[in-house]
Design a protein around this ligand. Structure first.
Ligand SMILES: Nc1nc2c(c(=O)[nH]1)N[C@H]1C(S)=C(S)[C@@H](COP(=O)(O)O)O[C@H]1N2
Ligand SMILES: [Mo]
Length: 537
């Protein structure tokens, strides 16, 4: 007679087997230098979720959205493993079937993931399947017999669907089971950590990036927008806590759908220029050999909330889009018939689309290879990305650029458009208070209220601050560096004791003042005045 065991040991066995499978997948992808299967599954999840959910995740978790998603996937896998273990007690086939199905999902996600290697994903999935299944069998064996390899004579006679006995040898059996489970879990942890640290080792991309030396800039910045912009940044305002005038690369905001940053080898990379009269392709060296501009531009994310920090300013170096289009036979300044949309596609399949007009109307619009005097950081699009002044990143700023293509406005909708975001994405005028911080306690007397305001391509004409219900007072603007670049601003406030609300609003150089009405980031950028509450003592 066989007594069905309590389900809990079996569930624990399933959970541990799932952990071992995940650990083996990590070590296999790590050795191959390929992205984790968990990350590839995450990429699929991101692509399948509605844009609203993705944006909500970005808003809720900020730059931690990726970590939260990956952790969730791991926890779900472990929980499913537990359920599978519980169910497999009576129906043994459920174990291999479930691990096989999970391996198929992982392999399929790896094959579909442009930044993964399909071969490595399949090998990792097969190894994970074998590891998960055999761990489950081993732990069930211990549960049955008190040993990993059930002794034949102790095996109960029964069909293939016979249930496992309760831990055979009472306390000793339970102890053996827990010991084996602990060992397997420890192995899983070591494998996962090992796999992760292997995959974090410096890649050929990092080496190739350090070997790049940016050529000297040969063209003057375009006349419009950056008019009169000096090449070196003017010194910004010196106020404690105020955003630096030029954002250092390692402090620049990062937004993208990539769970694993694409690591592009510049030696095999090509930029394809399509939809022009004479389509062509450039190597990275050929791109670097073309005449370049350097221009400071403030870029912003459409998901930037009022007062948010998804905005930054850098000196971008690159080849003007006009140069690249003319090389393909487009007449200078012209928008060819039926080619009024420029689409930028990345190596990982992300796309943007914006009016071709914006590429040729004289604003800063380039395939950038340099950011603040360095080759593009990997996180910001190495080896090349698009930068177009005055357009939100989701319609213009393709990182890890692979192709630019002219097409019709109605012939293609880029990544975020079917996910509910506006097809056109001009950057709205916004202003932000950096100091004092929200809820800050400040001492009565003179207090510097300071922040930044931006209206790329239009320029900032005026920034005003209101204290409580008082009159709007004009702030002093920091140095200008062309109309594409934000302005720092500061107001010396004579703060009286009590609770106060500070508000800011900017007016762009066309005379438009930011509207007071609060509107959410979707579908085309937030509106409203940023405010801060402070306590003066
Ligand atoms: N390949 C790729 N490029 C991309 C994105 C992306 O998801 N994938 N996101 C865009 C968005 S929404 C923004 S706001 C900018 C952000 O650029 P940054 O990360 O360099 O600040 O990149 C753009 N380029
Ligand atoms: Mo964005």
């Amino acid at each position: 007679m066989t007594t069905p065991p309590p389900r809990w040991p079996a569930r624990l066995a399933g959970l541990v087997a799932a952990a071992v499978a995940l650990g083996v997948a990590e070590i296999a992808t790590g050795v191959a230098g390929a992205p984790s299967l968990v990350a590839s599954v995450g990429e699929e999840v991101v692509d399948r979720l509605s844009g609203g959910v993705v944006k909500a995740a970005i808003e809720t978790f900020g730059t931690n959205d990726k970590a939260v998603l990956l952790t969730t996937i791991v926890v779900v896998c472990l929980a499913l493993g537990g359920l599978v273990g519980g169910a497999a007690v009576r129906r043994r086939w459920i174990g291999p079937a479930a691990f096989g199905a999970a391996a198929l999902v992982g392999a399929a996600a790896g094959i579909a993931d442009p930044s993964a290697s399909g071969g490595a994903a399949v090998v990792a999935a097969v190894l994970a399947f074998l590891a998960g299944w055999s761990t489950l069998a081993l732990l069930f064996g211990v549960l049955t017999s008190g040993g990993p390899l059930p002794v034949a004579t102790r095996r109960p006679v029964g069909g293939p669907t016979r249930a496992i006995e309760a831990p055979g040898a009472g306390t000793a059996g339970r102890r053996a089971f827990l010991a084996w489970s602990g060992a397997a879990a420890g192995f899983a942890g070591v494998a996962a950590l090992g796999g992760r640290s292997l995959s974090g080792r410096p890649s050929t991309t990092d080496a190739a990036r350090s070997a790049v030396s940016l050529p000297p800039v040969s063209l003057p910045p375009p006349a419009a927008g950056a008019a009169g912009a000096p090449t070196t940044a003017p010194a910004g305002l010196d106020v404690d806590g105020l955003s630096p005038f030029v954002t250092p690369n390692d402090r620049f905001y990062r937004i993208d759908t990539a769970l694993v940053v694409p690591r592009v080898d510049p030696a095999s990379w090509r930029l394809d220029v399509k939809g022009v009269p004479r389509p062509y392709s450039l190597t990275f060296d050929e791109l670097l050999a073309l005449p370049m501009i350097e221009a400071p531009v403030t870029i912003a994310c459409v998901s930037n909330e009022v007062g948010g920090d998804l905005v930054g300013t850098a000196r971008w170096q690159g080849v003007p889009l006009t140069t690249l289009l003319e090389r393909g036979g487009v007449a200078p300044g012209a928008v060819p018939d039926g080619a009024d949309q420029l689409v930028g596609r990345s190596v990982d399949g992300f796309t943007v689309g914006f009016p071709t007009e914006a590429a040729v109307d004289g604003r800063v619009a380039m395939v950038a290879v340099g950011m603040n005097g360095e080759p593009l950081p990997v996180n910001h699009g190495f080896p090349a990305r698009l930068i177009v002044a005055g357009l939100y990143g989701y319609v213009s700023a393709t990182k890890w650029l692979r192709t630019i293509e002219l097409t019709g406005w109605d012939d293609f909708d880029a990544y975020w458009i079917p996910r509910g975001w506006s097809k056109e994405g001009p950057v709205r005028t916004q202003s932000r208070i950096d100091v004092p911080r929200q809820g800050a306690d400040v001492r009565a007397g003179t207090v510097a209220v300071a922040g930044v305001a931006w209206a790329p391509t239009r320029g900032i004409a005026k920034v005003e601050v209101q204290v409580d219900d008082g009159p709007w007072q004009e702030a002093r603007l920091g140095p200008g560096w062309g109309d594409d670049v934000w302005r720092q601003w500061v107001l010396e406030w004579d703060a009286a004791p009590g609770d106060h609300v500070l508000r800011v609003r900017a007016t762009d150089a066309t005379g438009q003042t930011q509207p007071e009405q609060r509107r959410p980031v979707a579908p085309d950028g937030a509106t409203g005045w940023h405010s801060r509450r402070v306590r003066v003592a």
